[in-house]
Design a protein around this ligand. Structure first.
Ligand code: SAH
Length: 219
């Protein structure tokens, strides 16, 4: 059930993992290095652990999913993160996307509406020695006003439209990447750039994400 060739060792699996990401169009060397350095296996628990290096989304706790690695790569590449950037991620989930971003940015703030996911992600960040990530339980559709503005914002759950507070918390010249569209349909990944005069929108590709849900969750 692993989808991997039988007898494949760790090194081969990781090579296949990077090959899948590259073949989907992730060519930015810094992004590839950040993904090579971030062990996805640390973010996938239980029965799905042996599929951590397959290019597929996988179930995590609270009925959520860890995104497909090639989609993580494409979103990270589109975000054009620099080493001085302060980044906001909405939708911590397993923490994998935040961990990849943390290797490229100065600091990453990540929020999720599930306290449990935030707690577990924090444990994983600690175990991996990633000290420039701040995780919070919050409704990310309102952003994180006390830390705004952000150089980069990434949303890993789909809203029907880009949330107004997130557009407002993007610094001039900043970039936001997010899926938009109805949750039970194919959504579009878009890149928003804040210009001196307003916002520019670029459509990247079709994607499928869990919905951005209002309010904090129970667990
Ligand atoms: N980036 C994650 C995958 C995210 S799945 C990873 O790398 O594993 C989407 C996440 O968005 C879920 O964990 C879900 O709880 C969260 N989410 C949905 N609506 C939200 C909201 N309004 N505020 C914060 N998080 C939200």
């Amino acid at each position: 059930m692993t989808g991997a060739p039988q007898g494949e060792g760790d090194a081969e699996r990781k090579m296949r993992f990077l090959y899948a990401i590259r073949s989907h169009g992730v060519t930015d060397r810094r992004v590839l290095e950040a993904m090579e350095a971030t062990d996805r296996g640390a973010f996938v628990k239980g029965i799905f652990a042996d599929r951590a290096y397959d290019d597929v989304p996988l179930p995590i706790a609270c009925g959520q999913t860890i995104s497909q690695p090639s989609v993580v790569g494409l979103m990270t590449q589109a975000l054009e993160v620099g080493p001085r950037d302060k980044v906001l991620e909405v939708g911590t989930g397993s923490g994998y996307q935040a961990a990849v971003l943390a290797r490229l940015a100065r600091r990453v703030y990540t929020v999720d509406r599930y306290r449990r996911l935030v707690r577990e992600a924090e444990e994983t960040f600690r175990a991996l020695g990633l000290s420039n990530i701040v995780a919070r339980t919050a409704d990310g559709s309102f952003g994180l006003p006390e830390q705004a503005p952000f150089d980069r914002i990434i949303v890993t759950a789909a809203a029907e439209d880009p949330p107004g507070p997130l557009l407002a918390q993007l610094r001039e010249g900043g970039i936001m990447v997010l899926p938009v569209g109805q949750s039970d349909h194919v959504q579009r990944l878009i890149k928003v750039t804040r210009t001196p005069g307003g916002y520019e929108y670029e459509e990247l590709r079709a994607v499928r994400f869990v919905p951005l849900v209002e309010g904090l969750a129970q667990d």
